[in-house]
Write a protein that binds this ligand. Structure first.
Ligand SMILES: C[S@@+](CC[C@H](N)C(=O)[O-])C[C@H]1O[C@@H](n2cnc3c(N)ncnc32)[C@H](O)[C@@H]1O
Length: 781
């Protein structure tokens, strides 16, 4: 792509860089005319669309080779490695149902099942047996393996049935007698147990919203004075109401998750991962997700993919074949157009892939409805900031759009037409995606997960298990209605994801007509005003005009401030210059709370223009030596942070904790009592004490951290709930069931606001903790 860019002459590059959205038809047609004459351009398109050069083709020879390596490892009892090789072999195994392909795939499923049986992955093993049987229903080994795993799962009736089927199919006498022996043993066991069958089910995808969760809120898209369009409701909305759910128009998995997460629902892939039937790239956690992504696969029809003409075959499959059933209007094989060429996702950035997927979806829908269509795709009514883009970014978008345009044209061939405007509309579509696409984030519980299987962490003697959660960006997606919600640094709704579905829920009471706004990332309490503005400008290209950016707030004032040298003064000392004019900040003392007045008394004294220089107290104007305060507090903070880097804290020398406590004292002397640095230091030290088993100290510091966070955010912010969960673990370790129950009740109320009934699914460890807390507080354990 870089070579292509540098081939464009400087004048054309400049014209593109200086263009506005209105000039696009002219700049795009000039660029396309130039590129059409450039051999390098045709070479790039050829590499991206020639099926023979495809990086992602199925390869029977490779599959067989990997199967051999798997067999070798299996015979050496290297089961983990064998599992890896069999999975890779399945990735390359073609789906053509010419008998030999089916038998290779069935063998691979059975071999992987046997490996997983050895590794104790019983459910996974049974699912692979089911797959082998559905690929090749008269494969005795598949029935035998399923019988054996059913026996391990104590599903004796099913085991007996499976082994009887295997016995009927088996031809070699030695294997027959082996099955007979197994059958005898299982029949014996069956007599002695009261069986409760566990049913075989495909691995569940991360799940969609509960059916009972109906969205009854009516939403209106309105025009706002400073943020373009935005959402509101004509009715009052009560806290924790489901505001909106929506599936994405297009979605692409993050590069970092490609080999570890399902490409449909984005949950972590299990050991019995399944693959795209047409190419080697996507992995799916279950057949259900695979079908949702590519259509239903059946092995009954006699059509076969010819590797030479894979694009045409895939296209044919999509429209005519029952083997990979055509998705209905809602079900769309989202990456099919990418399967045939060199894997596009490896070459293009996420925004470009999303644009390609949106256009393909549109084209295929039109084709299925028997309509001819143009390649420019749907004209989405979404905002873009083309005119504000940098010249370099405008040029890059033009180049990518041209390459994508030609790739799509080559893939759909005669099925579609294009007009003069097609490329300029594609450039705009890419710019709309840049502004409106959202990262799909899944929550991962880091160490709290351990508590679900054993409760050791809560015992009085050992250390408490502090549950911490990490947000993992798993995909990038574009939602149509979701794109009309504006950002606020103090949002009144919370966005989260079920699988790939966007869910929005109110976190407080929302009065009719109030803007309904979510956070695009930066929030008050987490970053101060300049940091938030910088982040939104850099990442989202706008200056935030939300209400919490237009008035002075306590958290903005104190979060990064130092403390006043006067012992009885709570005034904030900032590193920044504070300028108050008539228009910014709140002057009305009746609207400010006590803490706010103590931290910035000068702002409420007069209504004249006011400048407070860095290093001066905003309450009494006392001055500190700012540069030495910054240096000393940074040093103390970094020393405390070393505690986080230690792999295991139970063997930490006492001296390290003593040093950290000295550093904490230093921070307390220097930083404002409500500063973020102090909250973080308290939290780090609380975790260290919890891990070495000094729960009294852990409780003290954890509570201190929560107190500060309540000032910075608000007492019902989700951050507080996560901190309270840590406190619950500590209280349980101290054997203080009543305090644990009280802290848990507070956390639970906040989680319910943010997640409603979904809290169980999104934060499963909270439910585990609920049971423990209830047992401990009633003394029944
Ligand atoms: C996802 S769109 C939201 C809908 C958009 N307002 C519209 O008219 O379609 C994001 C864009 O809305 C505007 N926007 C959203 N939140 C804003 C805020 N707090 N302040 C200023 N502009 C905002 C910016 O132009 C931003 O790029």
């Amino acid at each position: 792509m870089e070579r292509l860019k540098s081939a464009v002459p400087a004048d054309l590059r400049r014209a593109v860089g200086e263009s506005t959205a209105a000039d696009l038809p002219s700049t795009t047609s000039r660029l396309l005319a130039f590129l059409q004459e450039l051999p390098l351009f045709h070479q790039v398109i050829g590499e991206l669309t020639d099926p023979d050069l495809a990086l992602c083709r199925k390869d029977k020879g490779r599959a067989a080779e990997l199967k051999g390596k798997g067999n070798e490892c299996f015979s050496k009892k290297q089961f983990e490695q064998a599992l890896g090789f069999y999975s890779q072999a399945l990735r390359y195994s073609p789906i053509g149902s010419d008998g030999t392909d089916a038998s290779l795939m069935a063998t691979l499923y059975v071999n992987r099942a046997s490996t997983m049986h050895k590794l104790g992955l019983l459910e996974e093993c049974r699912r692979d047996c089911d797959r082998a049987i559905s690929v090749s229903s008269n494969y005795a080994k598949a029935w035998y393996r399923r019988g054996m795993v059913n026996a391990s799962l104590k599903n004796y009736s099913s085991a007996i049935h499976d082994l009887e089927v295997a016995l009927g199919m088996e031809v070699t006498s030695s294997r027959k007698s082996n099955i007979e022996q197994e059958l005898k043993l299982i029949l014996e066991k069956h007599k002695n147990v009261n069986e409760i069958e566990t049913s075989s089910s495909d691995h569940m995808e991360a799940g969609l919203p509960h059916a009972e969760q109906q969205c009854n809120v009516s939403l209106e898209c309105i025009s706002t004075p400073n943020k373009g369009r935005g959402m509101t409701s004509p009715n009052d909305i009560s806290p924790a109401s489901l505001i909106h759910t929506e599936d994405p128009l297009a979605v692409i998995i993050m590069k970092s998750c490609r080999d570890t997460h399902c490409h449909y629902c984005f949950s972590e892939a299990p050991a019995d991962v399944v693959f795209c039937p047409s190419c080697t790239i996507p992995i799916y956690c279950s057949q259900r997700c695979q079908e949702k992504a590519v259509g239903q696969i059946s092995w009954s029809e006699n059509t076969c993919l010819e590797s030479k003409n894979i694009v045409a075959d895939i296209a044919k499959l999509s429209v005519t074949s029952a083997r990979c059933k055509t998705p209905g209007s809602k079900q769309f094989a989202e990456h099919r157009h990418e399967c045939g060429g060199a894997h596009w996702a490896a070459v293009f950035p996420a925004d470009i892939i999303l644009a390609g997927r949106i256009i393909s979806r549109y084209i295929e829908k039109q084709l299925l409805a028997g309509k001819r269509t143009t390649i420019s795709g749907p004209n989405l009514d979404l905002v873009h900031h083309y005119d504000q883009d940098t010249p370099a970014s405008k040029f890059e978008t033009h180049i990518y759009a041209a390459v994508l345009f030609l790739c799509l044209r080559s893939y759909y061939k005669s099925g579609v037409s294009w007009t003069e405007d097609s490329l300029s509309q594609l450039v705009l579509l890419i710019c709309q995606i840049k502004v409106n696409s959202i990262a799909i984030v899944h929550i991962k519980s880091m160490d709290g997960g351990k508590t679900s299987t054993d409760n050791k962490g809560f015992s009085g003697s050992s250390g408490a298990v502090m549950c911490s959660v990490e947000q993992v960006r798993v995909a990038q997606a574009i939602y149509m209605s979701g794109s009309f919600f504006n950002h606020s640094c103090q949002p009144n709704i919370h966005a989260y994801f079920h699988s790939r579905t966007l869910v929005l829920r109110s976190t407080g009471y929302i009065k009719a007509g109030t803007p309904i706004e979510l956070s695009y990332g930066p929030q008050a309490g987490e970053m101060d005003l300049p940091e938030r503005q910088k982040s939104l400008r850099e990442n989202y290209c706008f200056s935030c005009g939300c209400s919490s950016c237009s008035v002075l707030s306590l958290s903005d004032l104190v979060m990064n401030s130092f403390r006043c040298p006067q012992s009885n003064c709570l005034g904030a000392v900032s590193e920044l210059i504070y300028h108050r004019s008539k228009d910014n900040f709140v002057h009305d003392i009746s609207k400010a709370d006590d803490d706010m007045v103590k931290a910035g008394k000068l702002f409420f004294k007069s209504d004249t223009v006011l400048n407070i220089d860095p290093g001066f107290c905003m309450s009494c104007r006392s001055q500190i030596d700012l540069s030495s305060a910054v240096a000393m507090s940074d040093e103390a903070t970094s020393k405390i942070n070393r505690l986080k880097d230690l792999p295991a804290l139970d063997s930490v020398p006492e001296v390290l904790i003593a040093n950290a406590l000295q550093c904490l004292e230093q921070i307390e002397k220097l930083k404002h009592p409500y500063s973020k640095a102090l909250a973080q230091a308290q939290d780090t030290i609380a975790e260290a004490f919890a891990k070495i088993g000094d729960q009294e100290q852990a409780r003290k510091h954890c509570k201190a951290s929560i107190k500060i966070l309540e000032k910075l955010y608000h007492p019902r912010h989700i951050i507080i709930a996560h901190e309270l969960i840590k406190l619950v673990s500590i209280e349980l370790s101290l054997g203080d069931g009543a305090s644990a129950a009280a802290a848990f009740a507070r956390a639970d109320a906040i989680f319910s606001l943010y997640y409603g009934p979904d809290v169980k699914r999104i934060l499963p460890y909270v439910d585990v903790l609920r049971r423990t807390v209830s047992e401990r507080s009633t003394g029944s354990c």
